[in-house]
Design a protein around this ligand. Structure first.
Ligand code: PLP
Length: 376
């Protein structure tokens, strides 16, 4: 059994995917071109935003936006403490300071009350200028954007939605990747919409921002390709990946997103009386990048993981170490007590196999194995 079965997906869409790859290879246009333009158009339309700018990966997507906004030394950027390292890495990369915020115990997303508290703390206790909030749509569930937007207006902060895991999610009728001043996603193979290598994209309704990002992604190009008007980088999405993604986007819209939501319902029905199961707040849709349960103790979690492994069931711990405990951020001198929830989550969470091609028999076998373990 696979944690995320990419082979089953390939087998189902082999003809279309092989054809997409064949087209690019026979055209021998490997950089940019119509496949990339078409994908960007289709992605922007699906999300409901004006601009989609593809790039090399989800990490670059985040840093391109921060660079376009000229975020740097002396700026404070607020990120959830419980997320993948890259969310905060890009903040340090551009020279700014990441400020970690504890998360909500139910949604695992940034806690708006603690966010406001941290903003006030930074204003009073440091010389840093609060500039940006990067909410993460963790495991596919959008963050609490009504409250986050309220706070961003009160303190005049920009919002950069990190929807690397959130593509396909919804918050009160609006799609993930459409929140804030800009949003980003990742096409890493294991994400809700993945390609066959690295890839990413930026979404925004802001024309000016879109222009700057398009320039930054190709060495700061100006109107003329050989007139470099700023220092940029090389961060394009490969043409071959765009062609593959266009096939996979159709499958995602057609059935994959609803399939993972059906699997979520089945898992929850079977497991809800035995372990803490994910709960999706009213009005929200998750794209289930992960299906994550909570156990009673770290020991129970670790023993269950081993038990599942002995039965051939893969499971993973996202995340074993919250950001404030990462060695790379030691110098920030964060106070462990500020992160009670993310500390607890790191001890108790376990992510189970989750992908659109998971069979009923597999869901039942996984659930039965978990139930047998927790009741014994
Ligand atoms: C995967 C991920 C990223 C980085 O995306 P890459 O394409 O791997 O660079 C950023 N933020 C979050 C929350 C992620 O899960």
């Amino acid at each position: 059994m696979e944690f995320r079965d990419l082979k089953k997906q390939y087998c189902k869409y082999k003809k279309e995917i092989d054809h997409a790859i064949y087209e690019v290879v026979t055209e021998t246009n490997f950089i940019s071109g119509t496949h990339v333009e078409l994908l960007e158009k289709n992605l922007a339309k699906y999300i409901g935003v004006k601009h989609c700018i593809s790039c090399a990966n989800g990490t670059d997507a985040l840093s391109l936006v921060l660079r376009a906004w000229k975020i740097g030394e002396g700026d404070a950027v607020f990120v959830p403490d419980f997320t993948f390292f890259a969310t905060a890495e890009v903040v340090s990369l551009v020279g700014a300071t990441p400020i970690f915020v504890d998360v909500d115990p139910i949604t695992f997303n940034i806690d708006p009350i603690k966010l406001e508290k941290k903003i006030k703390e930074v204003k009073v206790l440091t010389k840093l200028n609060p500039k940006v909030i990067i909410p993460v749509d963790l495991f596919g569930l959008p963050a609490d954007y009504d409250k986050i937007e309220e706070i961003s207006m009160k303190y005049d902060l920009l919002i950069l939605e990190d929807a690397a895991q959130g593509f396909g999610g919804e918050y009160k009728g609006k799609k993930a990747c459409s929140f804030g001043d800009a949003a980003t996603t990742s096409f890493f193979p294991a994400k809700p919409l993945g390609c066959y290598g690295d890839g990413g994209a930026i979404f925004t309704n802001n024309d000016e921002l879109a222009e700057v990002i398009k320039s930054l992604r190709v060495h700061g190009k100006g109107e003329d390709k050989y007139d470099n008007v700023r220092v940029g980088t090389n961060s394009r999405l490969d043409t071959i990946q765009a062609a593959i993604l266009d096939v996979k986007l159709s499958a995602f819209i057609k059935h994959e997103l609803s399939d993972v939501n059906n699997i979520y319902q089945k898992y929850n029905e079977l497991l809800k009386n035995y372990v803490d199961v994910p709960l999706i707040p009213n009005g929200l849709v998750s794209s289930f990048a992960q299906y994550t349960i909570k156990l009673k103790s770290q020991q129970q979690r670790d023993e269950l993981k081993n038990e599942l492994m002995s039965k051939g069931i893969p499971s993973l711990i996202y995340y074993k170490k919250p950001l404030h405990k990462q060695t790379a951020f030691n110098t920030l001198n964060n106070v462990d007590e500020d992160y009670a929830v993310s500390n607890e989550l790191s001890r108790l969470v376990l992510s189970l196999p989750m992908h659109p091609y998971l069979l009923d028999s597999e869901i039942e076998f996984i659930s039965k194995s978990i139930i047998e373990f927790v009741i014994r």
